[in-house]
Design a protein around this ligand. Sequence first.
Ligand SMILES: Cc1cc2nc3c(=O)[nH]c(=O)nc-3n(C[C@H](O)[C@H](O)[C@H](O)COP(=O)(O)O)c2cc1C
Ligand code: SF4
Length: 436
Amino acid sequence: MTDTLTPVLTDNWDAERAWTMAAYEERGGYAALDKAFAMGPDAVITAVKDSGLRGRGGAGFPTGMKWGFIPQDNPRPKYLVVNADESEPGTCKDIPLMMATPHTLVEGVIVSSYAIRANTAFIYVRGEVLHVVRRLQRAVQEAYLAGHLGKNIHGSGYDLDLIVHAGAGAYICGEETALLEGLEGRRGQPRLRPPFPAVAGLYASPTVINNVESIASVPAILTEGAAWFASMGTEKSQGHGIFSLSGHITRPGQYEAPLGITLRQLIDLAGGMREGHELKFWTPGGSSTPLLTPEHLDVPLDFESVGAAGSMLGTRALQLFDETTCVVRAVLRWTEFYKHESCGKCTPCREGTWWLTQTLARLEKGQGTEEDLDLLLDQCDNILGRSFCALGDGATSPISSSIQHFRDEYLAHLTHGGCPFDPAASTAFVPAGADA
Ligand SMILES: Cc1cc2nc3c(=O)[nH]c(=O)nc-3n(C[C@H](O)[C@H](O)[C@H](O)COP(=O)(O)O)c2cc1C
Ligand code: SF4
């Protein structure tokens, strides 16, 4: 069973002091740099295109194609910005990656910046994770001291400065244009597109914004080859990815596998659902991806198949809930999050997320009526596709999908006059080995 896993990014996470430059170089780290310099920037872009790598931040846009959009005839400086905000509920892959092996990301930044001809790059980290900020800062310092960053890197004539920037802590700052606003020192709110960041991004200059995992995947693509990467996964969703299992599972954690693996396989690898319990519902890619149920256990976890099943692959944040969980309560929690994180720029999301929580809270307490379900769907309708950015759309996903799959459970709250579940039962779970 274990050969289903393809540890590449996670391969050295358990090495002795894996986060240090010495440990990283011992395993061949920074070898991709010389390879990139020998190839030249255009060939690096071609290799990333050929690998089939698609953005690992949620939307799955082809990474090499995004790099190709940078207008090289534009005289302004080019920038690479790594999106390390990672604030979506359930999403928890980039932070462990940066803690375990920050140099994988730093090396990826250098190769990627070289490819798009950027001489300044930023890693925008979520402000609350000070331990990650410190780890990255130290890794960057080590890379400067070793000559991997700064002037004339490895004698190639290429210069790069890398700045670690801590955000102030807002989910919306993970949205790429709000992130740019934050990086420029303004309030984090999305920008109108066009112009797209590739044309006018940071400081109105051509900018590539990529997720941590996307950029960290680049060194291995260069050292192992585009064909090696493309040989994993499915026809249109190639390569490996980190699947983050959390919730009512025996061994929660990060499982790196080819795209297209199924949740059933992952649950087996993780020791099954907690003993004596069964899967009730799950998110394939964080709280803004529509909920799925046990009937979707064999859906290949790739962009196309999850889309065809009515959800989105998102960030592969697999949150698993067993039969002790009240779906209405879980959805209310997520909706409160979206209400809190709505940046307030547009009316459908600012007002709509407030109304959603009011209606849901009423239902959860068993005080609503059956018409409230239609009201909820109507409220979702007024947000989905009418909001300025995808935060508003995402807020509606758990609601509409839970009503689709669990309408009876909503109604049970009304007939029961409150929540028919004991919420304490869903939090009493202790993962195996946690008390050792
Ligand atoms: C509300 C919101 C939050 C987001 N948060 C993140 C995030 O924390 N990290 C991330 O990489 N992408 C996040 N995204 C997606 C980014 O806007 C963007 O698509 C991504 O960084 C592009 O990188 P990729 O092509 O490598 O996936 C978010 C989008 C939205 C709408
Ligand atoms: S959808 Fe929400 S988060 Fe996005 S711009 Fe509108 S108010 Fe802000």
